[in-house]
Design a protein around this ligand. Sequence first.
Ligand code: FES
Length: 159
Amino acid sequence: MSQPVDPAPGRRQILAAFVTAVTAGIGASLAAILGAFALKPSRAAASECWVHAGTLDDLTANVPVPHVVSVPRVDGWYRERARQMVFLVWDGNQQVTALSATCSHLGCQVAWNGETKQFKCPCHGGVYDVSGRVVSGPPPRPLESVAAQVRGGNVLVKL
Ligand code: FES
């Protein structure tokens, strides 16, 4: 009966070193991938930022003025700029409030009616007052309030 012949100690060491190197390479690759995801800013933190929405010169006191702002969006590795409409309401001094123009019912864009001094939704007849509260119709919630600030005559909103 013949016994299997052991490979020479030198060959065994080379094989063990090769397996160790491959295992270390795979481990380092996984660590790099997991580290990249761990160090990447969270989606919520990266997607909210202050964006320029106009100047005080564009606004009329106590009249909601629509502005389309371009908002950078980050979703994983995908980056884009989304357009979003907000209404800016200037108090005549240095205070500006902002409301989302997106109806809380099914997401249509509301419009300001200067005669009735209300926001109206063209889709299902939702009506909001100047501060965004629901007056009538199917909307379940007020218009979403958007953080706004004035800096050096420029209006910034946080989206
Ligand atoms: S989407 Fe505005 S009332 Fe339905």
